[in-house]
Design a protein around this ligand. Sequence first.
Ligand SMILES: Cc1cc2nc3c(=O)[nH]c(=O)nc-3n(C[C@H](O)[C@H](O)[C@H](O)COP(=O)(O)OP(=O)(O)OC[C@H]3O[C@@H](n4cnc5c(N)ncnc54)[C@H](O)[C@@H]3O)c2cc1C
Length: 300
Amino acid sequence: MIQGEDTQTGRNTSPQLDKILHQQHNVLDHGFIRVVDYMGNDSSIVQAARVSYGSGTKKVNEDKGLINYLMSHRHNTPFEMCEIKFHVKLPIFVARQWIRHRSSSYNEYSARYSMMEDEFYIPEISDISPQSSSNHQGRNIGEKISVEEAQNAIDVFSQDSAKCYQHYLDLINNDKEGNTFDNSKAGIARELARINLPVNCYTQWYWKINLHNLFNFISLRIDSHAQYEIRKYAEVIYDIVKKWVPYASEAFEKHRLNAKNFSGPALEVIKKMANGDNIDEESSGLNKREWKELTEFFNK
Ligand SMILES: Cc1cc2nc3c(=O)[nH]c(=O)nc-3n(C[C@H](O)[C@H](O)[C@H](O)COP(=O)(O)OP(=O)(O)OC[C@H]3O[C@@H](n4cnc5c(N)ncnc54)[C@H](O)[C@@H]3O)c2cc1C
């Protein structure tokens, strides 16, 4: 047995995760993540895998080895035996990226039913960067932008957010506490008034996902190609996951996070280089982008 079993309920538990259950981990300026519940631990992965191999739980080292083997051979279903449920507060533009992860369950705050809160994501001045010239989707974090230009962006974000929120209140004819502004007006429905709010407005949801799909989420969203803001959430989630399933996380880091897939032609180039052949872009047979990616990877 590589992890705990609750002696009262007989369930597989994770003592390190139990310690932080329900605890709020702050992300960005108003966001957070907290674990609401979970099912399973490293031992659950091993138990499920051993069903298919027909023998019971072995020594810790063998269990660790088995998890490693499963991860490296993409034997995924044992990892689906672990589930976790988070409560997340996040800006709507981050939620738009997050919800593309379809293999999980969501239940979101209803802005039709409830009032939107006066909370908007405003980046730190150090996180304001120009458009990247190499990555058309992203920004160049750390690249110089004048303090005036960055401060102006923050002022525009803050003023527009405040203005839109005031318009929202005016349209529903309520203040933040729900008191009516003008008794002669009906106020329009919340589901309509909210359409004028910007995407830096915070929303909340419960999110339940199994470990296999969560590793997929982490590997995509912790990566430097993902937007900085969702990356901050992925980093906090991964810290939580390491507490929950330390051996599966170790295997994930080894075989997924710190590993790299190469195309067949790229592997041929690597083999030739390992044999001492002098290969350049032209003789590699790779296109410009493939060659750049390969050489950048080995030079980093
Ligand atoms: C850096 C980055 C940039 C991105 N840019 C864009 C963009 O510009 N535009 C955009 O639209 N999206 C973009 N995405 C979202 C991306 O295309 C994926 O939708 C998202 O990352 C979810 O990944 P997923 O499909 O593996 O996850 P999930 O939806 O959780 O699915 C998990 C796995 O289940 C399987 N699966 C789920 N649903 C189906 C299905 N209907 N059919 C077949 N197999 C399925 C697939 O194997 C999939 O890998 C971007 C993502 C990243 C990380």
